[in-house]
Ligand binder design. Structure first.
Ligand code: SF4
Length: 473
């Protein structure tokens, strides 16, 4: 989990964010601003690769976007086309070698690749490639894609990329850049959203639409599942590289990952979270004096819950925004003495009150227990916990950092047992149906076009590497 030792919270974390631009004189700077808007999706490393049509300029490093880039190194990123990446690593490990975009030299020239998501057959592909003589320099899925492209006998990069993508199984939004071509593609289920915008003559791509607003680009549309867009000397064209499968956007984007000002699958995230709060109030009403959300991702759902019940919404919990990567973490002893780093309960708001605490998810249960305790210590007379996602019972194999099933409290315990463990007076999770209704995409699509595997175990793809591990393949 991200900086567990520093933040002391057991959140789910996404692996990456990608951003790309073609046809703008300030490609590097705009990519920098885009990545900054996507920083919540990964803080481990950041990188930008640009091309002036002749050669690449590359800047990558570990740390935050503001730590990796400065005025000097941004100026050295030449050209009007660029791709960028922020990374939070699970698969592939940490470190500069795995920082993206990855850059390769192969028989036909230079290649830069930035991906977001996770392949579920990467281990198998890697093993096959190694048997054919490929030597890997990183432990990322992205390098597997590069080797597949490099080994292809297809006549050009577009056909080679298609051939490579057809061998991948899993979740990915990716950008492949050479000195004369930019390729943007989305996996056949559309698990990891990718959107397109226009900025004058330039075309922009981003994992999340919030990056468009930051740079003043105008949203055009989402990339379709199985779609590949190609930009080269002939202009832009769209093609499909695989038959479109059932759409399965990660439902956790709406619950937690995406910024509230982003739209995912055509639905505003803040509005969806508010509806989750409203539906949670319908599904599990409670008598209380104040509603509070665990900042920041649960604020919208808490507002929805308050609106639906008429119980006032209050800032009962405050986040300390300045806990940074270099923060000296307190020892276990100091922590037990009550030194809290990330969250504080507001005594004046909760003392003597029956509190509804809305949170977006329970992973291991440790965070919920600490927050409930914190609210009681601040004088809350009752703490009613309402969770705006269904119980997380299964790990994610598509690029979200979830612990093993053994550590997922909802996989091990009943709701009543979890309630006892976290010390709440009552505990309710939203239903799967309620969450999907709150997001509100068309009911005609299976699961309204969402992946819900971590709640139900219904994975949208075959989990090839897992089957191998289990000896079933
Ligand atoms: S398993 Fe859960 S976290 Fe992973 S893609 Fe599906 S909905 Fe998202």
């Amino acid at each position: 989990m991200r900086d567990e030792s520093i933040f002391d919270l057991d959140e789910l974390n996404e692996e990456c964010g990608v951003f790309g631009i073609i046809g703008h004189a300030d490609a590097a700077q705009l990519t920098y601003y885009g990545l900054h808007a996507l920083q919540h999706r990964g803080q481990e490393s950041a990188g930008i690769v640009t091309t002036d049509g002749q050669k690449f300029s590359v800047q990558r490093g570990t740390g935050l976007v503001t730590e990796v880039f400065n005025n000097n190194n941004i100026k050295q990123l030449l050209g009007s086309t660029g791709i960028g990446h922020v990374r939070y690593s699970t698969t592939g490990g940490t470190g500069l070698a795995n920082a993206q975009p990855l850059v390769f030299k192969y028989a036909k020239g230079e290649l830069a690749i930035a991906t977001k998501g996770n392949l579920v057959n990467a281990k198998k592909l890697r093993r096959d490639l190694e048997e054919l003589g490929s030597i890997f320099q990183t432990t990322t899925d992205t390098e597997v894609i590069a080797h597949l492209i490099a080994r292809s006998s297809a006549p050009n990069i577009v056909e080679a990329a298609k051939e490579a993508l057809n061998q991948l199984v899993g979740a990915y939004a990716l950008m492949i850049m050479t000195n004369d071509t930019l390729i943007v593609a989305e996996d056949p289920h559309g698990l990891r959203p990718l959107s397109m915008a226009k900025m004058g003559e330039a075309t922009v791509f981003s994992s999340e639409t919030c990056a468009f607003d930051v740079i003043g680009a105008e949203f055009v549309r989402d990339i379709e599942p199985g779609e590949m867009l190609v930009f080269d000397a002939e202009g832009m064209r769209t093609t499909t590289f695989a038959p479109k499968a059932e759409r399965a956007i990660c439902s956790f984007e709406h619950v937690y990952f995406a910024r509230p000002d982003s739209n995912v699958g055509g639905v505003n995230v803040h509005a969806a979270r508010k509806r989750m709060g409203r539906i949670l109030a319908e599904e599990a009403p409670v008598e209380a004096d104040v509603v509070t959300g665990v900042p920041d991702s649960s604020t919208s759902a808490a507002i929805g819950f308050a609106e639906a019940t008429g119980i006032p919404y209050e800032l009962g919990l405050i986040k300390n925004r300045y806990v940074g990567r270099t923060f000296i973490q307190p020892s276990q002893e100091l922590r037990e003495q009550g030194v809290k780093m990330k969250l504080s309960a507001v005594r004046g708001v909760v003392a003597g009150k029956r509190v509804v605490m809305v949170d977006d998810s329970i992973v291991r249960g440790t965070t919920s227990r600490r927050i409930v305790t914190m609210l009681r210590e601040a004088g809350a007379t009752e703490v009613h916990v309402r969770i705006s996602s269904p119980p997380v019972k299964n790990p994610c194999f598509y690029g979200i950092d979830t612990p093993d099933r053994e550590q997922l409290i909802a996989a091990q315990k009943t709701v009543e047992e979890i309630r006892q463990e976290i010390g709440a007076d009552t505990l309710t999770f939203i239903s799967v149906e309620g969450m999907l209704r709150a997001i509100g995409r068309p009911a005609s699509e299976r699961n309204r076009g969402h992946c819900i595997a971590c709640f139900t175990g219904e994975y949208p793809t075959v989990l090839e590497d897992e089957l191998v591990l289990e000896g079933k393949r």
